[in-house]
Design a protein around this ligand. Structure first.
Ligand SMILES: Nc1ccn([C@@H]2O[C@H](COP(=O)(O)OP(=O)(O)OP(=O)(O)O)[C@@H](O)[C@H]2O)c(=O)n1
Ligand SMILES: C[C@](O)(CO)[C@H](O)COP(=O)(O)O
Length: 230
C-alpha cells in the first residue's frame, strides 16, 4: 500500500453546539480535535491536513503547538460547507499520496483498529466508511407529519468517519460534486454519485460525533469507560 495521508475537517460553525468551536473544547484533559489527530497518527499516516475556520488558523496553531512541533500536521483554511473544507484539504496534499483518510475533527472516539480495517477495505474497493447497523426502527416521514413508510432496518447503517479513499477516486468525486452543485453530508456520498462502490466497515457505536452539548457528556463517559483509550 502506498502513502496514506489524512484530512481532518474541523472548519464547521459548531452552530448546534451554540457557536463555541467544538473542536477546541476540552474533553477529559485534551481538546476534542486532538483525539482525532492522535488516533490518525497511530494508524499511522504520513501526514495530516487539518482544515480550520478561515481566520482561526493561529488559534489552532497556538492550542495544538505541543502536538504540532513533532508531527507532520499542516493547517489550512476551510470553506463554507463540509465538502468545500475537504476540498481545501485535497488541494493541500503533497505529491505521492495514494490513499486519503477523511476524519471529522469532531469525532474523538474512533479506534485505530477500525481505521486500519477501513484502509484495507479501501485498498480493495476504492472507498470505505466506518458504520454501524441502525438500532432503532426508522420511519420515512410523509406530508403532515404522518408516517409514509417503515424502512427495512436490516438494510440501514448509520455512517461515521473515518472514510477512506484512493486519492484519484476522491478527487474525481469532488470534481463532479462541485460541478453539479451537490454538497452532501459526507465524502462517501460523492463517490456513490459516480456509481462506484463504497465498502461498509463495521465500527463501534461509541464513535460518536460531537454535535450538541450532551454529546460531550456521553463522550466523557465513554472515555472514562476505557473502551476508547489510545
Ligand atoms: N464548513 C464546514 C462544515 C463542517 N466541517 C466539519 O465537518 C465535521 C462534521 O460537521 P458537523 O458536525 O455538522 O459540524 P458543524 O458544521 O460545525 O455543525 P453545525 O451544523 O452544528 O454548525 C466537523 O468536524 C466540522 O468541523 C468543516 O470542516 N467545514
Ligand atoms: C460525515 C458525517 O460525520 C458522517 O456521519 C456526517 O455526515 C456529518 O454530517 P453533519 O450534518 O455535517 O453533521
Amino acid at each position: 500500500m502506498g502513502s496514506v495521508y489524512a484530512i481532518v475537517p474541523a472548519a464547521g460553525g459548531s452552530t448546534r453546539m451554540g457557536g463555541v468551536n467544538k473542536q477546541l473544547i476540552d474533553l477529559a484533559g485534551r481538546l476534542v480535535v486532538e483525539y482525532s489527530l492522535r488516533v490518525l497518527l497511530e494508524v499511522p499516516v504520513a501526514g495530516i491536513v487539518l482544515v480550520v475556520p478561515p481566520g482561526e488558523e493561529q488559534k489552532f496553531l497556538d492550542q495544538l503547538k505541543h502536538l504540532l512541533k513533532d508531527q507532520n500536521i499542516q493547517i489550512v483554511a476551510g470553506g463554507a460547507n463540509r465538502r468545500d473544507s475537504v476540498g481545501q484539504g485535497l488541494l493541500a496534499l503533497p505529491a505521492g499520496v495514494e490513499m486519503v483518510i477523511v476524519h471529522d475533527g469532531a469525532r474523538p472516539l474512533a479506534r485505530r483498529e477500525h481505521i486500519q480495517e477501513a484502509v484495507q477495505a479501501a485498498a480493495e474497493w476504492g472507498a470505505a466508511t466506518l458504520a454501524v447497523p441502525v438500532k432503532d426502527t426508522v420511519k420515512l416521514a410523509g406530508s403532515g407529519g404522518l408516517v409514509q413508510e417503515t424502512l427495512p432496518r436490516e438494510e440501514l447503517w448509520q455512517v461515521q468517519t473515518p472514510q477512506v479513499f484512493k486519492l484519484p477516486l476522491l478527487l474525481e468525486a469532488h470534481r463532479k460534486a462541485a460541478g453539479d452543485g451537490f454538497i452532501g453530508t459526507d465524502d462517501a456520498s460523492l463517490v456513490e454519485r459516480l456509481g462506484k462502490p463504497v465498502k461498509l466497515v463495521r465500527g463501534d457505536y461509541s464513535n460518536i460525533k460531537i454535535t450538541t452539548p450532551e454529546d460531550l457528556i456521553i463522550a466523557k463517559a465513554l472515555l472514562g469507560s476505557g473502551l476508547n483509550q489510545l
